[in-house]
Write a protein that binds this ligand. Structure first.
Ligand SMILES: O=C(O)C(=O)C[C@]1(C(=O)O)C=C[C@@H](O)C=C1
Length: 96
């Protein structure tokens, strides 16, 4: 059953629940920003590694290293981890 008055922004049916949800959302927003910042920092580092390697006459990619990264994400997060790792890698080195 739905409460008589549902808070529009949180979707909660009671004021106390709405307060709790707002507090948890604050932390969720902080975490999301940290993920965005780390994502961008990692992409910049990945591009710098690629430039350094290619300037030294090396290869654009190191697939054994990519496999290691995909394996780590899959071991920690399951099948979603594989997808996340592939997106993270693409953000740095570009599409294969
Ligand atoms: O670690 C490297 O050698 C990188 O170039 C970085 C990175 C990555 O984004 O993690 C990117 C491309 C390579 O194929 C492997 C890994």
């Amino acid at each position: 059953m739905t409460a008589d008055v549902v808070d529009q922004t949180t979707g909660a049916g009671e004021p106390l629940a709405a307060d709790e949800i707002r507090a948890m959302r604050e932390r969720i927003d902080e975490i999301d920003q940290a993920i965005i910042d780390l994502w961008l920092e990692r992409a910049r580092l990945s591009q710098a590694v690629g430039k350094t390697r290619m300037a030294s006459g090396g290869t654009r990619l190191v697939l054994s290293r990519e496999r290691e990264i995909v394996d780590r994400f899959r071991a920690a997060l399951g099948p979603d981890g594989t997808q996340i790792a592939l997106m993270i890698l693409r953000a740095g080195r570009g599409p294969l």
